[in-house]
Design a protein around this ligand. Sequence first.
Ligand code: 13P
Length: 263
Amino acid sequence: MRNPIIGGNWKMNTDKASAVALARGVLSAAAASPGPEVVVFPPFPYLLPVKEALSHPTIGGRTVAVGAQDVYHADRGAFTGEVSPLMLRDCGCTWALVGHSERRHILHEGDDNINLKLRSALHAGLSVILCVGESLHQRDVGETNHVNEKQTRLGLREVKAEEIDRVVIAYEPVWAIGTGKTATPDDAQDAHEHIRRVVADIFGRDAAERIRIQYGGSMNPSNAAELMAMPDIDGGLIGGASLKPEDFGKIIAAAAAAARVLG
Ligand code: 13P
């Protein structure tokens, strides 16, 4: 049985004080719903204070992990403005996001670059969430599975078999991000099932059964339960609703409930 994973992608929001307050709120919310793995992705400048806020005191032994919203593919050197996987480890991060659609579309990151980031983060010992997903146009012309397959294959190229268990895939249809529009549970399930088949083709059936594929795109307390009730949806990557501890807590609770039913 796959343990669901709930990620809070704070994007370019919060300030230092509100990031710390939000982290404390998430820790309390997570403590109320044991089970699902919980990780938050604050902006770079707040990684350290958020890590500190989550480190002590822990509530009921519950941990909430900290990850970075992006990472560079080299360990050190003349790369002005970039942040390396080793620096993230040094700050207590255990996760990195790569390939978020906002980076693909606004910052024009391509699959080769995303693959370099993913591999160097894994090499440094981080766990990685690889985001994939189709645009509205691609969906309309029937390319959803093709796009997700391509982004998954290119993103995971040359990943070693022993590293794949530290990868989570987030299926985030671009048209559902920040729009209030959500994929129907059936459509999301179809996409997740296809992505899992692609992983099986590359890494074998056992690895594909183990890998967690989470849904992202306007997930909120009212739609989380029905999405996570689908057999191939193993949690969520949450943007807007992750900034409100109460809503985020309800989504964690929905993941815990779904895991009990599916388990
Ligand atoms: P929203 O939940 O705001 O749609 O954002 C989803 C997302 O992009 C998470 O990475």
